[in-house]
Design a protein around this ligand. Sequence first.
Ligand SMILES: Cc1cc2nc3c(=O)[nH]c(=O)nc-3n(C[C@H](O)[C@H](O)[C@H](O)COP(=O)(O)OP(=O)(O)OC[C@H]3O[C@@H](n4cnc5c(N)ncnc54)[C@H](O)[C@@H]3O)c2cc1C
Ligand SMILES: *[C@@H]1O[C@H](CO)[C@@H](O)[C@H](O)[C@H]1NC(C)=O
Ligand SMILES: *[C@@H]1O[C@H](CO)[C@@H](O)[C@H](O)[C@H]1NC(C)=O
Length: 310
Amino acid sequence: MFSQITKPQNSKLLTYIIGATATFAVATTAYHYTSSKKTSFSIISNESPKVFIGDNKWIDLPLLKVEEQSHDTKLFTFKLPTDDSVTGLTLASAVLTKFFNEETGKNVIRPYTPVSDLNMEGSFQLIIKHYPGGPMTNHIFKLKPNDTLSFKGPIKKWDWVPNSFERITLLGAGTGITPLFQLARHIVENPNDNTKVDLIYGNKTPNDILLKHELDALHKKYPDKFNVSYFVDSKESNLDSDSKLHLGFISKEFLKTNIAKATEKTHVFVCGPPPFMKAFSGEKVSPKDQGELIGILKELGYTKEQVFKF
Ligand SMILES: Cc1cc2nc3c(=O)[nH]c(=O)nc-3n(C[C@H](O)[C@H](O)[C@H](O)COP(=O)(O)OP(=O)(O)OC[C@H]3O[C@@H](n4cnc5c(N)ncnc54)[C@H](O)[C@@H]3O)c2cc1C
Ligand SMILES: *[C@@H]1O[C@H](CO)[C@@H](O)[C@H](O)[C@H]1NC(C)=O
Ligand SMILES: *[C@@H]1O[C@H](CO)[C@@H](O)[C@H](O)[C@H]1NC(C)=O
């Protein structure tokens, strides 16, 4: 029972369940003092402290470890203040990082999207691509274990409600996978969410595909809920056997036959570098303004309301 309470996919649900159970515990206290006291204790000790609660405060968190993902991308694990802390992020959200740039005398602030399970305790993980001229990524790629980075959050991107659509399409390229992966894994792993998810993910070469192992495992475990198709500009011969790997750009024809048609029961989530956004959906104008829908998704009959640009 408690494993279900501590691992829901939606924090609103968590609050609701805890609230309802706590009320129940209080209501029954007068009659069954001993047992209800035990129940409420368990609830309290099972509620993990949340770190990113929108209090507008920066918190310094130490780097635990760094792992290779691709030639220019690494997986960074940061430690939360206590072993039972969780980020407290809801699906789908990001966090801000900050450091003081000595050269310019200014703070540098950038958003990143955790790829670790939102219920993970004690730490959380970011996948970050290194831009050689980029102030934040230069800084982060120089960090050593135990060095700290300032964080703040949450930045809520899309408030996912389970079963709000029958089938969704996640369309991404490069590090644009991070919010799409956050969505995909929490929807697919939630037994109470029946949404079918199709991920179409473009990269330069097979070696640039981020989280491939995790995505393949998710497809293998939930073949009826989750499908993934990779597109690469060039393909090495040793990867010819992967039937999910397609050569060339993601095409309109492929999307036409492989993703859900535009209806009120479907939705598309897009995330990628500017040229990718331009081709499929048009770029977002600002965090608050999604901009007009243009490009391939519009040509396929989708409307602005049926597409979300991360
Ligand atoms: C909500 C949100 C979530 C994000 N999540 C992640 C994440 O999980 N992992 C990650 O690696 N990045 C993510 N980013 C991008 C990240 O915030 C920084 O923009 C990026 O790390 C570059 O920062 P920088 O200071 O090193 O370089 P900058 O000086 O900001 O940029 C360096 C160069 O890279 C280009 N560039 C920057 N960002 C992008 C981009 N997204 N696509 C294409 N070109 C770009 C710039 O035009 C510039 O030429 C996210 C961005 C947003 C808005
Ligand atoms: C980081 O700090 C921990 C605890 O303070 C220590 O045990 C560990 O050796 C440190 N690691 C590095 C790489 O300095
Ligand atoms: C998964 O996607 C591939 C294309 O990459 C397609 O051929 C296949 O039919 C899809 N499977 C399901 C179950 O939709």
